[in-house]
Design a protein around this ligand. Structure first.
Ligand code: ADP
Ligand code: AMP
Length: 213
């Protein structure tokens, strides 16, 4: 089962992808997490990605596509995967589709988590992230058991550099311009399913389970 998570930055893609990964035993692949790991480790890729990410822009397709196509060739992807934050442009979607087509495969589900822009800024200002394992929390809606500490791996939680309100505004406009057209792209492929992302985390997940079961 190959799943793509769609939705604005902060819609809850990562939160739901984690839950899907746990229930269905699929790897959760977040291109944002891969970039952040590279930035933390000071790799060439990280250095290149950082300036785009800090400005709220997309990392160029040349870098992102190669990274993702390599990642999905790993053995852990044999039974499928959940993509969170990829594709973000039509060329990224086309590149993945053409690689899959060579293997006689395709994306089975595109799950669009719908949250209006008005809710996004509040969500992002309360978001806390674990850069070690990729887990995501919210001070009010999804608090960790221990203040500032990741429940999953015990690492310190941080505010992401790109979650400042000014950057979030840029990310939202980039989303509307470059990523939102993917909703129609996947609708035309007959695999689009939309869920209301404004309700409680567990209720969003129930709606997703109904689609996947
Ligand atoms: P995305 O991966 O789409 O950028 P996240 O999964 O990181 O979004 O969620 C953004 C923020 O909103 C996080 O702080 C997360 O804990 C919180 N969040 C996610 N889903 C919900 C929800 N249904 N209700 C309230 N807050 C949520
Ligand atoms: P995310 O963790 O998904 O919110 O992504 C954080 C940032 O990483 C984005 O704002 C982009 O700068 C970059 N990024 C992540 N995935 C992609 C992608 N598929 N294409 C381009 N840039 C990406």
């Amino acid at each position: 089962m190959k799943i793509v998570m769609l939705g604005a930055p902060g819609a809850g893609k990562g939160t739901q992808a984690d839950k899907i990964a746990e229930k269905y035993g699929l790897p959760h692949i977040s291109t944002g997490d891969i970039f952040r790991k590279n930035i933390k480790e000071g790799t060439e890729l990280g250095k290149e990605a950082k300036s785009y990410m800090d400005a709220g822009k997309l990392v160029p397709d040349e870098l992102t596509v190669r990274l993702l196509l390599d990642r999905v060739k790993n053995d852990d992807c044999a039974k499928g995967y959940i993509l969170d934050g990829y594709p973000r442009t039509i060329p990224q979607a086309e590149a993945l589709d053409s690689e899959l087509a060579k293997l006689g495969e395709k994306i089975d589900y595109a799950i669009n988590v719908e949250v209006p822009d008005e809710n996004i800024i509040t969500r992002m200002s309360g978001r806390r992230a674990c850069l070690k394992c990729g887990a995501t929390y919210h001070l009010k809606y999804v608090p960790p058991k221990k203040d500032g500490i990741c429940d999953e791996c015990g690492a310190e939680l941080v505010i992401r550099d790109d979650d400042k309100p000014e950057t979030v505004k840029n990310r939202l406009s980039v989303y509307h311009e470059q990523t939102q057209p993917l909703i129609e792209y996947f609708e035309n492929k007959g695999v689009l399913h939309s869920v209301d992302g404004t309700i409680d985390v567990e209720d969003v997940f129930k709606a997703i389970e109904q689609i996947l079961d």
